[in-house]
Design a protein around this ligand. Structure first.
Ligand code: IVH
Length: 668
């Protein structure tokens, strides 16, 4: 092949590869398979090797990165990279709106965008080619990270079309999708390496890596949100972004023109609920005055523009200090480490404790006394520690060590092969386990025995009136009255509560027995399938495993539980006292799969049924009852006095709202 032919081939391959790259990474509409793409890229690599005179810094082959360490050179920004004023309050947004109107009047538009949670980048293009990529730095100067940024496939190295300005800058946010982040962490785990804390920190860290060939393997992406140029194509920010889109940039589809602050509030409330469904993290919304002419009129205060502001969703992360760690013994003997923290405000509540899950988690975090820690509130009530700021650790501080012996009874703890949790093996003798089991049994979600809280159970245990859940049913009013804090009424309460608990359904009684791994849902599955405790007790391992949703862990735990005489004795005594150990006739009848696969949220109060009854009906007919609305919800079962925000949220998520009557018709 002669040189001319080679050059033509190289140029053709580059053009084709750029086109497929754009289809895949910007439009998400690939035309060829990954394999075909890789073959084409390999061809180009070969040709460029054989004909080095045709090297080009913006060839698709440059996206692979280079494993030779680079040094980051500081570059001055042609236009300073400003930060944004931010607020968490709608009142302050109203104030912002008032200030804007005072200066430019009422005739203008806002553009609302998402506030992507990653790392800011400024890209410079000369004659349609990516020249440099610089981080924000101090706003005046940043690090030249061009080699790393070239590996990000959604950032064009060469622009499409020909109507772009000869020299311009475009700014945006580099981020990592949640899926990309999880995959990356799964790989790290496989290799036995420390896991990354969250997509944002991973993005920022990756961008500053010295070896761009590693960056090329990380799933970075980029949304562009700000065009800067001495001669902009349009006076409208919105239209400039549309232009940028046509040149091949990835611009978010969730950009909305708003007339007036009320439409801005609508945009905010929409994304406050829908953000969880996005494939990437956002931490708020950015609001910008659309016209550049208006932007000029408004100008700047200090380092932030007066024409833009960000509204941040309530922070779900906070930084605080680890004071100590408690090791709690649960009712099944599981040991849970809990961190005591210096109190800190997080999403509207003061947080003093955080869950640490198990020994592996402490090790993974490399937790030391006095550490500065990042905490996060997920769906759980108790927040968790997600990362430690090691740079803030005081020299000589001691690492947190998991305990070897049970704080309740001194037994040596054990940990089963393949399980994360440590357990106290002394199931029938450890006071903390026994008290935990009784407290669980009496709790609202289980037997719902009025007046029998943790403190009362502590007292009754210390006085040796109860040693197991069965002993509760031997309690007499006369024994309770002389006890401190007891009076006629409180004693009556407990005795009546115990009597009423004899009507509680079989599945809740089973849940109340406290069999390890048998939670509320597993108990329901088991009672639906076996219908009586005798059938369940006689079931072998295989028979248990035949049931959908019952795995080896639960099956083995049930076998273990019923193989112990102490447990059999408790069950027999409870039977004798009259607790339910089989499905009632009603329950046997009321069972269908009419709601199978449906996710139903209950809200408000109802004419004919309590919420718990409705929940029961949903589950008995194969449906799922979730506590909050999400994109997975199929129906909102709405009663009286339902909050307007819930209704609004259901409407936005397109969820059907049904009445109690509608619901009952569904299962008839
Ligand atoms: S506009 C002068 N738009 O938020 C206007 N910023 O302090 C400058 N960010 O780190 C920024 N999403 O990287 C703008 N849609 C968006 C944004 C956004 C995220 C980041 C930006 C910067 C911070 C603002």
């Amino acid at each position: 092949m002669d040189k001319k032919e080679a050059e033509e081939r190289i140029l053709r391959l580059r053009k084709e590869l750029n086109r497929h790259n754009y289809n895949y990474y910007v439009l998400s509409q690939p035309e060829i398979s990954n394999f075909e793409y890789d073959m084409m890229l390999n061809d180009l690599i070969e040709f460029e090797k054989r004909f080095p005179e045709f090297y080009n810094e913006n060839s698709p082959t440059q996206r692979i990165g280079d494993d030779r360490n680079q040094v980051f050179v500081q570059k001055k920004h042609k236009y300073p990279m400003l930060s944004l004023g931010n607020t968490y309050s709608q009142d302050e947004l109203n104030d912002f709106d008032t200030r804007v109107k005072k200066i430019i009047g009422n005739d203008f538009e806002y553009i609302c965008e998402l506030k992507y949670d990653g790392a800011a980048i400024s890209l410079q293009y000369i004659d349609g080619k990516l020249k440099q990529a610089v981080t924000r730095g101090d706003g005046e100067r940043g690090d030249d990270v061009t080699a790393n940024v070239k590996t990000i496939k959604s950032i064009p190295l060469i622009l499409r079309g020909d109507n772009y300005p000869p020299l311009f800058e475009i700014r945006g946010e580099i981020f990592m999708s949640r899926e990309g982040f999880s995959k990356l962490n799964a790989e790290m785990e496989k290799k036995g390496k420390t896991l990354f804390a969250n997509p944002r920190n991973t993005t920022a860290g990756t961008l500053k890596m010295l070896d761009s060939s590693i960056v090329a393997k990380r799933p970075l992406d980029c949304f562009l949100y700000h065009l800067l140029c001495d001669q902009l194509p349009s006076d409208s920010h919105f239209e400039n972004l549309e232009k940028a889109k046509s040149w091949g940039f990835k611009v978010s589809p969730h950009i909305t023109k708003c007339k007036g602050i009320n439409e801005v509030f609508d945009f905010i409330s929409k994304w406050d609920t829908e953000r969880k469904g996005l494939p990437f993290d956002i931490d708020g919304v950015v609001l910008k005055v659309n016209s550049y002419r208006n932007q000029k009129q408004l100008g700047f205060i200090a380092k932030s523009p007066r024409w833009a502001i960000s509204y941040k969703f309530e922070a779900e992360q906070a930084v605080t200090q680890l004071l100590s760690v408690d090791f709690q013994v649960g009712r099944t003997g599981a040991i849970t480490p809990v961190a005591n923290l210096k109190p800190v405000l997080l999403a509207g509540t003061t947080v003093k404790r955080a869950s640490l899950h198990n020994a592996d988690q402490i090790k993974l975090l490399d937790l030391h006394y006095g550490d500065t820690v990042f905490i996060e509130k997920g769906g759980e009530i108790i927040p968790k520690i997600i990362e430690v700021d090691r740079s803030a650790r005081k020299p000589g501080s001691t690492a947190i060590r998991f305990i070897d012996f049970c704080p309740g009874c001194g037994s040596k703890l054990n940990r089963k092969e393949g399980e994360a949790q440590h357990y106290c093996p002394n199931e029938t003798g450890c006071p903390l386990q026994i008290k935990g089991k009784i407290t669980h049994f009496a709790s609202r979600k289980v037997m719902d025995i009025d007046g029998l809280g943790e403190e009362t159970i502590d007292l009754l245990y210390e006085k040796r009136f109860i040693k197991s859940i069965a002993d509760l049913y031997e309690l007499k009013k006369e024994t309770l009255i002389p006890l401190e804090r007891f009076a006629e009424k409180s004693a009556d309460n407990i005795i009546n509560g115990l009597e009423e608990s004899k009507n509680v359904s079989f599945s809740r009684v089973l849940f109340g027995l406290g069999i390890r791994h048998v939670g509320e849902t597993a108990a329901k599955t088991l009672t639906n399938n076996f219908r009586s405790i005798d059938a369940l007790m006689n079931a072998g391992f295989d028979e248990l495993m035949d049931i959908n949703e019952i795995g080896t862990r639960i099956a083995q735990s049930i076998i273990d539980f019923f193989s112990k005489t102490e447990n059999l004795e408790i069950v027999n005594r409870l039977k004798k006292y009259g607790l339910k150990f089989e499905l009632s006739e009603d329950e046997k009848e009321l069972r269908s799969s009419k709601l199978e696969g449906l996710n139903i949220v209950i809200s408000g109060t109802f004419e004919n049924h309590s919420r718990d009854e409705l929940k029961d009906i949903i589950e008995k007919n194969g449906g799922k009852n979730a506590s909050s609305l999400s994109s997975k919800t199929n129906y909102l079962l709405a009663g009286n006095n339902m909050g307007p925000s819930k209704k609004e949220k259901a409407r936005k998520l397109n969820i059907d709202i049904i009445s109690e009557d509608d619901f009952l018709k569904m299962i008839q």
